[in-house]
Design a protein around this ligand. Structure first.
Ligand code: SF4
Length: 142
């Protein structure tokens, strides 16, 4: 069943986000996928989690168990106007723990890794498309 967003205004969204910024080290403010950027931020949160900085950079809102980026939630979030954090966070998702709009490329100290189970009906690449068989496919030979 679709979840309901628990904020009704941009003001309430900003208020809740500020709480996470202040108390749960939400960040980085300016996101980047370059593994050399935001070193101070990732080193600090890695220390908090007792993991390597490389592992910390893999713990994002995007794969947090509190993050809802389902289609129905994305439609609900459209009722809240975009703000400056939306412009560089890599896309919106709703934080069900703190009730605000967070972003794929940020994280916070309350991040909990989401589990993934591959669906049984996941598509299988036909054997002729597997590496090594592509040339045969292009040449039209068996
Ligand atoms: S609890 Fe999860 S979804 Fe919410 S801000 Fe923290 S990392 Fe992002």
């Amino acid at each position: 069943m679709a979840q309901k967003m628990d904020i009704s205004s941009a003001k309430q969204n900003e208020h809740n986000m500020k709480f996470v910024l202040d108390k749960y080290n939400l960040g980085p403010i300016k996101t980047s996928i370059n593994p050399k950027d935001n070193k101070a931020y990732w080193d600090k949160i890695a220390q908090f989690w007792k993991v390597s900085p490389e592992a910390a950079r893999c713990r994002l809102c995007a794969n947090c168990e509190y993050y809802d980026n389902t289609e129905s939630m994305m439609l609900q979030m459209d009722t809240i106007p975009l703000n400056k954090y939306d412009m560089d966070g890599g896309g919106r998702g709703y934080c069900c723990k703190f009730d605000f709009i967070c972003h794929n490329l940020r994280t916070c100290s309350a991040q909990e890794p989401k589990k993934y189970v591959k669906p049984k009906d996941a598509e299988v690449i036909p054997p002729q498309y597997k590496e090594g068989n592509m040339l045969k496919l292009k040449l039209g030979v068996d």
